[in-house]
Design a protein around this ligand. Structure first.
Ligand code: FAD
Ligand code: MLT
Ligand code: ZN
Length: 491
């Protein structure tokens, strides 16, 4: 009983195996419509496969039971029973995570949040939204749009990911530069511990200095200490004017100059500064067939967004920024979106990269924080290394199809992606741990926003020292002494 993706990971024999009695118990507890079963009893229900495989189709577990509780009380009963029986579980939201954290490694029970999908309240005066963990990010944002507010997080998977999943991964996304991290905007949350305790930390207060801020532990802990059932989040007013510019540049040096210029000239209205390399944009052309917005080809492209309250004034500012950077020879060519359709189309050149990559076969994804000056050097060095090792070449006999870089320039967060025809251990070994050593040398982080999950479980030491890992383990043991919450992952 070893994992396909990690042959050196063995199933923990302390965990019980699911029995027909357990299934009967859960059905009684939740009702049969909230369970997806395969093979444990004779009454197999829906297809269980989507809950077992991750978005990248890289990790595949073997659960035979998916439970969909509808509120914290049901989660509490489920977890209490699992804890007593030592049945391991995996919390799962929209299953869009990119590090294999949301799917079982072996036969862990999946607890999916899709039925916890109610918006509980919204207060227009304070901008605080309280919603169940299973509300889809785009649904929450649409609800807020109708009330002239905005969810302070946006990312390419918004149509599927759940806000509980966002909080549990501490997702960063496309506008962290403007709206900050969830560690700041989440004001409170409700979560259930493995022993069934419901942690009511659902404060809606902006300021609350009364002891340890325990809710922070759940933000970004990837389902390893408890299951988040609701979130209270501070939402800003929806900007009345949003503009976007897309431009091409000849060097990474110029990308940095453009970023500095954007910060200086657009300051209070700057809401995103994203980077895409030339190869990533070619992939989007190949997979969508769309015509590229610029005539020439450039090694780098950037997308700059402004969000403010006066469309004319903001557009003037963005136009004059573009004129300046083009006049100074920093930017080679650029376009501004003139309407909503063009706005969406320009954003697709950035948001569409992840999906375009997914059409190529497999992707080794590295989501890193490194000082800005070195940001793109990682892509160059990785490409040189893989070429030298004979993995990159012009025809189909080479395993690597593309080495691309893109990311959240404004957060010093690069996404290095190595697309392969199919997952290939030799290529993986050529990249890892080399890539982590590269990052460690520059005091970077091996995971800026996607988390560690199972993909990076062995590499936490490259970004956290022994004391930090020891403290994390102590917390894990305190909250989850039987280790049933999302086992085999990073902790
Ligand atoms: P899942 O994938 O279901 O779960 C992710 C992790 O959280 C797992 O470890 C799971 O066990 C745990 N978890 C889920 N729900 C709960 C809960 N209620 N309680 C406790 N633990 C829970 N990420 C970014 O940071 N920035 C991006 O820009 C970004 N863009 C993306 C674009 C695309 C196209 C895709 C496919 C993914 C992208 N991601 C991005 C990654 C992913 O969307 C985020 O990590 C997202 O926050 C995951 O939400 P989810 O509901 O899908 O969680
Ligand atoms: C993004 O910024 O597009 C996401 O983090 C997803 C990815 O890294 O591909
Ligand atoms: Zn990202």
């Amino acid at each position: 009983y070893t994992s396909d993706a990690y042959p050196n990971v063995k199933r923990n024999p302390n965990f019980a195996e699911l029995s027909a009695d357990d299934v009967a118990h859960f059905k009684e507890l939740l009702g049969s419509q909230s369970a997806v079963i395969d093979g444990v009893t004779t009454d197999a229900t829906d297809d269980i496969e989507p809950f077992n495989s991750d978005w990248m189709r890289k990790y595949r577990g073997h659960t035979r039971l998916v439970l969909k509780p509808k509120d914290a009380q049901e989660v509490s009963k489920v977890l209490k029973y699992c804890n007593e029986r030592k049945l391991a579980v995996v919390p799962q939201g929209g299953n869009t995570g990119l590090v294999g954290g949301s799917v079982p490694v072996f036969d862990e029970i999946v607890i999916n949040t899709s039925r916890m999908n109610q918006i509980r309240s919204f207060d227009a005066a304070s901008g605080v939204l309280v919603a169940d963990a299973g509300v889809i990010l785009e649904v929450a944002d649409q609800y807020l749009a109708e009330r002239e507010h905005l969810f302070p997080l946006d990312l390419g998977a918004k149509g599927s990911c759940h806000i509980g999943g966002n909080v549990s991964t501490n997702a960063g996304g496309l506008r962290l530069l403007r709206y900050g991290s969830l560690h700041g905007s989440v004001l409170g949350l409700e979560a259930v511990l493995p022993d069934g305790t419901v942690v009511d930390a659902l404060s809606t207060l902006r300021k609350n200095n009364t002891g340890y801020d325990l809710k922070q532990l759940f933000i970004g802990s990837e389902g390893t200490i408890g299951l988040v059932t609701a979130v209270a989040i501070q939402c800003p007013p929806r900007p009345k004017a949003v503009n976007v510019a897309y431009f091409g540049l000849e060097s990474f040096e110029q990308v940095q100059q453009a970023y500095l210029a954007a910060k200086g000239q657009l300051s209070e209205i700057l809401s995103a500064f994203e980077l895409m390399d030339g190869r990533s944009q070619k992939l989007v052309i190949e997979s969508t067939g769309n015509k590229h917005p610029l005539e020439g080809e450039y090694p780098f492209y950037c997308l700059v967004e402004t969000s403010g309250s006066n469309a004319e004034h903001d557009m003037e500012k963005l136009e004059s920024f573009l004129e300046n950077v083009m006049g100074e020879g920093i930017v080679a060519d650029g376009v501004l979106a003139q309407d909503e359709t063009q706005f969406q189309a320009l954003w697709r050149w950035r948001e569409g990269i992840t999906e375009s990559l997914s059409h190529l076969g497999g992707t080794y994804k590295y989501d890193v924080s490194i000082p800005l000056a070195d940001l793109y050097q990682l892509v160059e060095d990785c490409k040189a290394r893989l070429t030298e090792k004979g993995f990159v070449g012009d025809d189909d006999s080479f395993p690597v199809r593309a080495v691309v870089g893109y990311g959240h320039m404004g957060d010093s967060n690069l996404h290095l992606n190595v697309a392969v025809r199919q997952y290939n251990k030799e290529v993986e070994k050529a990249i890892e741990p080399w890539v982590y050593e590269w990052i460690q040398k520059r005091q970077g982080s091996i995971s800026a926003e996607h988390g560690l999950g199972v993909a990076k479980r062995e590499f936490i030491g490259y970004s956290q020292n022994e004391t930090m890992v020891k403290l994390m383990k102590q917390l894990k043991n305190l909250y989850d002494p039987n280790g049933i919450m999302n086992p085999y992952k990073y902790i």
